[in-house]
Design a binder for this molecule. Structure first.
Ligand SMILES: C[S@@+](CC[C@H](N)C(=O)[O-])C[C@H]1O[C@@H](n2cnc3c(N)ncnc32)[C@H](O)[C@@H]1O
Length: 585
């Protein structure tokens, strides 16, 4: 056995040498030989998968990971790599091997499943059993949807563990699936009030509703509710506040967060263990814990600037974003590798709910991370997450970037993602951050792109013209009316944005108090003025391949003139944001 492992390891090394000399096909032969020699030798599968990934052949890359999973199903690294590789893909036909990996991966704790959203959804939509249930309920006409659903010979697919566990771990981001879930929610509610003639029966209904309740909570109850449905939900609330029974509580959690109920404490005691445990933890215990943590958030600077105050008010009401697990990237970004040495100091400015700060603290355990934001509610969320993941090298404090100039500390790395463009004077904020960076230190900045956000500009115009308010009612109404107000192409881009599918995030996307957008020439100018060197955009493999093919003389991908041309041709490249590194030199 040991001899086999040795042989496989040396074949892997030979393959790696061939790869660095540019011979990927010969390298693959070596990796295959290593696998043949020792089918349990996972690094060889990973190496082959990485080769195909870098070439853009995702199905080949995934197949090696499926084989690695089959060889050793308990290996977390395989799951992480599979998730990273399947990210953003969707499938038109059932792919049983991918389904198996995704379904079984749900037994792993603290894994970020968000990247599998489109794969998970498309596998379910095309599943032989789940597909008909989905298509029935997602029919555009409500009466037809109900009639088709009632006519189905079996509804058991709704109990598919891959569906239910996914609902608790993945935040949906698709208009068809949203319609399906909102119909399912209504059905569960109506069923609840039908007494003896339940369509689904008590036990299955509770199982489905507790998972759907978690999904609805993640959206902050964004789904449309008809007047009749609201009346039924109100009646159910009164019933639960009087005499809570598990099926009722589960269904009600799809309409209202349980911590708002008068008897939330009783629910926590009664259902803290058993089938509703995860639901009451999410909707009651965690919320209470965050409220308590908010009391103790330290204050580094006052928030006096009028725009900062408005922005703070928005994020106190709507902390951004809700996130569930660390991102667990399978790699450290090349420009951040230097943070592995020594004991670097990191500042996360405008950390929101702390995802980036926690990711950095986890990736660089020797680092000391200071993360600041205007919003105490966001910082409480962040502190709660850091505690959950056992991170002791990150501290959170309330501060306005404008006031940070008074800090004595200097940092090796500063991250400010999606923040500066929400300030009255973004360049002033950037100036303050630059003054806090050590010589030779790096920043990762995220800024909105003027080109990519045409659809948001149009949506903001429609919102302002018709005075949709940035509250749940206004946001729901705008979403409902958006197809009327927006050109088809803008609406299409809008519904592809993940932020469209939860209330706080949709508010952030379309209803922000303050938003600036940038162009690449403006970024170049701002970098020059601050003595910062551009070090590259953070882009996916497909974009990098496309850029390199077009601009062969810029293998480092750091020529901003080229990027400006590239963006003009591919205006959606930076639809999420320009995310880039720069260095103080
Ligand atoms: C869109 S959220 C981004 C949060 C986080 N960086 C992320 O990427 O998940 C913007 C955050 O910037 C914060 N912010 C905006 N202006 C700020 C300022 N002047 N000082 C500190 N934080 C600010 C807001 O409170 C909000 O939490």
């Amino acid at each position: 056995m040991e001899k086999e492992a040795k042989k496989a390891a040396s074949l892997l090394e030979e393959g790696r040498s061939l790869l660095s000399a540019g011979g990927w096909d010969k390298a693959l032969e070596k990796f295959d030989a290593a696998i043949a020699d020792d089918p349990g030798f996972l690094p060889a599968y990973y190496a082959a998968s990485d080769v195909y990934n870098s070439l853009g052949y995702k199905p080949h890359a995934l197949n090696y990971l499926v084989r690695a999973f089959e060889a050793k199903p308990a290996a977390r690294e395989t799951i992480v790599k599979f998730i990273e590789t399947v990210s953003g893909l969707s499938f038109r036909v059932p792919v049983p091997s991918y389904r198996k990996v995704i379904a079984e991966s749900f037994s792993f704790d603290n894994v970020d499943f968000q990247p599998v959203e489109s794969a998970w959804r498309s596998i379910l939509q095309n599943d032989r059993a789940f597909g008909p249930v989905y298509r029935a309920l997602a029919h555009p006409d409500e009466d037809r949807a109900r009639a088709q659903f009632d006519a189905l010979p079996s509804k058991n697919a709704l109990l598919d563990p891959m569906f239910l566990e996914g609902l608790c771990r993945i935040r949906l981001a698709d208009s068809g699936f949203e319609l399906f879930l909102s119909r399912l929610r209504c059905l569960l509610l109506e069923d609840e009030t039908r007494g003896e003639t339940h369509t689904l029966g008590d036990e299955p209904r509770t199982r489905i509703a507790q998972a759907l309740g978690q999904a609805c909570f993640y959206t902050d109850y964004l789904f449309d509710v008809s007047g009749r449905e609201q009346a039924l939900a109100d009646a159910l609330r009164a019933k639960v506040e009087k005499a809570p029974a598990a099926p009722d509580v589960a269904v009600l959690s799809c309409y209202v967060p349980l911590h708002e109920l008068a008897n939330a404490g009783t629910l926590l005691t009664k259902f803290g263990k058993g089938e509703l445990a995860a639901l009451v933890k999410l909707q009651i215990a965690d919320v209470r814990e965050r409220h308590a943590l908010a009391e103790d958030i330290p204050v580094l600077t006052e928030v006096e600037d009028p725009v900062s105050r408005k922005v703070r008010a928005q994020y106190e009401e709507s902390p951004y974003p809700k996130w569930l697990a660390l991102s667990h990237r399978g790699h450290v970004e090349a420009r951040e590798g230097f943070l592995l040495d020594g004991a670097p100091k990191i500042l996360v400015a405008g950390c929101g709910t702390g995802r980036e700060a926690c990711d950095l603290a986890a990736a660089f355990p020797n680092a000391e991370v200071l993360a600041v934001d205007l919003s105490v509610a966001s910082l409480a969320y962040a502190t709660h997450r850091a505690k959950k993941f056992g991170l002791t090298n990150v501290r959170f404090a309330q501060a306005d970037i404008l006031g940070l100039g008074a800090l004595d500390e200097r940092f090796d790395f500063i991250a400010a993602s999606g923040v500066l463009h929400h300030m009255d004077a973004p360049l002033k904020g950037w100036e303050v951050l630059t003054s806090l960076l050590k010589e030779g230190g790096r920043m990762r900045i995220g800024l909105y792109s003027e080109h990519a956000r045409r659809f948001v500009v149009e949506a903001r115009k429609a919102i302002a013209a018709r005075d949709y308010k940035p509250d749940s009612e206004g946001i729901r109404r705008f979403r409902h009316d958006a197809p009327k107000h927006l050109k088809k192409k803008h609406y299409k881009t809008l519904v592809e944005a993940r932020d469209y599918y939860s209330l706080p995030e949709c508010r952030d996307l379309l209803f922000h108090e303050q938003e600036h957008r940038f162009t690449i020439p403006q970024i170049r100018q701002a970098l020059q003025t601050r003595g910062l060197t551009f070090e590259g955009f953070q882009v996916g493999g497909a974009t990098a391949r496309k850029y390199r093919k077009k601009f062969r003389k810029d293998p480092a991908m750091t020529e901003l003139d080229n990027w400006a041309k590239f963006e003009k041709k591919n205006p959606q490249t930076f639809v999420a944001m320009y995310q880039f590194w720069c260095k103080k030199s």
